[in-house]
Write a protein that binds this ligand. Structure first.
Ligand code: SAM
Ligand code: SF4
Length: 475
């Protein structure tokens, strides 16, 4: 293929980790001379970075592949990346014969070699093992190359703080094309060893492995030098982080990153309750640049069900962690994930989840209907709760949470909050901002104001809704 014909389209499904993985894939492809294009029609290579956390997410990618199957006749190549690729491997070729590339979430560093092989011969390639044959990384200074991502400009960054020892068995790529010029993600821990009964992640992301805190810090410093002011640390269980070199605990790493000159906000997600220590709350309390928000998935309010889910904590232990967060000097916003309809969930179990929502008073809840997943321990249990009942429980829970949020958000009325400007809603003539607590705060500014995305401004809250706030800029 001639250099100018090397174009690719990438669609991402799933969580923030997948979004960040896509930044690594885009960075890798651009470094190989590919150009990202905003539509399937313009692309020579069509890639889907997939999610398999629930069946619906997995089916989406096969529907997408079916939609564009006929374009194979135009010589386009199709590739499946990420969790579905890791889970299904070569079986994808049987289900979607027009796919020629399958690359699991731990194999992105092999993409250059895989693409070269594909270019050399018409064949099908699958790589779903852990990356062990990647080339060593350059230690050159960070380079900035403009790139195009879905029509938006992005920044291609060479990551220099990584060392071969850890990256040999780890998950970083040499290049990352960051799509947001102000907020940057850093994966600090990959995989999961917890094996919750319902969850496919240990099978799609592999064993838990952390980077050294020195390499994380080096990347954070590079990002700050490039103008990023908000850093989000990512991991399936970010707080299970274990510094390979034994230098810093997770809480100490949070503080170290928050103290990097130029960094104004540090977030981290997702925290596992079993590994959530008081030291994290103390770090937030002592460090204003650490955002006052903790996402602490509970999954169920019933200890009986938590045991069946193999969650490694019970209701009381979870509530103990909540009490630590609530006793902080700063008011820390708490959000969670809940699964309804796990096998054996009785009405009484569900009631316990509802009562937990009241007891904690979450600022946000992500709730899902249980979806049986391949390889997981729960797949052997009968999925006996009808979908209609799961839907009823889900709707009831979300309605209840809406009422809780409507009441909770009242406390923001009249407050002056600092927001990071994310953009402007031209139709409503409102700016869109995000608070440190991760709440959306839409606001008006005096006529003629030309606020920059990524800037920080003070806003007075004048109206509250269950999922957002409305305010006016303080001038
Ligand atoms: N590691 C995090 C933890 O332990 O809380 C969760 C990460 S998981 C990628 C994100 C969320 O997906 C989970 O918190 C859970 O609520 C949901 N989830 C995972 N497996 C699911 C399943 N089989 N059915 C429905 N929801 C599921
Ligand atoms: Fe999945 Fe449980 Fe691991 Fe979270 S802790 S990623 S829910 S197995």
């Amino acid at each position: 293929m001639a250099a100018q014909e090397k174009t690719f389209y990438l669609e991402t499904f799933g969580c923030q980790m997948n979004v960040h993985d896509s930044e690594k894939v885009v960075g890798t492809l651009i470094s190989q001379g590919y150009r990202q294009v905003p539509t399937v029609q313009e692309a020579g290579l069509v890639l889907y970075n997939t999610c398999s956390i629930r069946d619906k997410a997995e089916q989406k990618v096969f529907h997408r592949l079916a939609d564009y199957k006929k374009l194979q006749a135009q010589g386009k190549r199709f590739g499946v990346l990420g969790c579905v690729a890791q889970q299904e491997g070569e079986k994808i070729f049987e289900r979607a014969p027009h796919v020629s590339l399958v690359c699991g979430s731990a194999s992105y560093r092999n993409l250059p070699q895989m693409l070269a092989q594909l270019d050399a011969a018409d064949q099908k390639l699958a790589h779903t093992g852990l990356s062990s044959d990647a080339a060593s990384f350059s230690s050159a200074a960070p380079s900035l190359v403009p790139a195009i991502s879905q029509g938006k400009s992005s920044t291609l960054v060479r990551i220099t703080g990584l060392d071969d020892r850890e990256t040999d068995k780890c998950f970083e790529t040499e290049f990352t094309a960051r799509t947001n010029p102000h907020r940057g993600y850093i994966t600090i821990i990959e995989g999961c060893d917890k094996f919750c009964a319902y969850c496919v992640v240990p099978f799609t992301r592999g064993k838990e492995r952390s980077r050294t805190s020195d390499s994380v810090l080096a990347e954070a410093r590079e990002m700050a030098n490039l103008g990023y002011t908000e850093i989000q640390l990512l991991g399936q269980n970010v707080n299970s982080y274990h510094d390979l070199a034994g230098k810093r605990t997770f809480a100490e790493l949070l503080i170290a990153i928050a103290e990097v000159p130029g960094v104004r906000r540090v977030r981290f997600t997702t925290s596992h309750p079993r590994d959530f220590g008081k030291d994290i709350v103390e770090a937030i309390d002592s460090t204003p640049t650490l955002c006052d928000h903790v996402h602490l998935p509970v999954q169920s309010g019933s200890s009986r069900l938590l045991d069946a889910m193999q969650r490694l904590y019970n209701r009381d232990q979870y509530l103990e962690r909540i009490s630590w967060i609530k006793s902080a000097r700063r008011e820390i916003s708490i959000t969670t994930d809940v699964i309804v309809g796990f096998p054996g969930e009785t009405e009484a179990d569900f009631e316990e989840t509802l009562s937990l929502l009241d007891e904690v008073g979450y600022d946000g809840v992500f709730a899902f209907k249980y979806s049986p997943r391949p390889n997981t321990p729960a797949i052997k249990l009968e999925d006996a709760i009808p979908d209609s009942e799961k839907s009823r429980r889900l709707a009831f829970l979300l309605e209840k949470q809406r009422a809780i949020q409507r009441a909770r958000y009242q406390k923001h009325l009249g407050q002056h909050l600092e927001v990071m400007v994310e953009g402007k809603n031209e139709m409503r003539k409102q700016w869109v901002g995000r608070t440190s607590q991760n709440k959306t705060l839409n606001f008006t500014a005096p006529d003629g104001s030309d606020l920059e995305s990524g800037g920080y401004v003070p806003v007075r809250v004048i109206t509250v809704f269950p999922n957002s706030l409305l305010g006016e800029m303080v001038v």
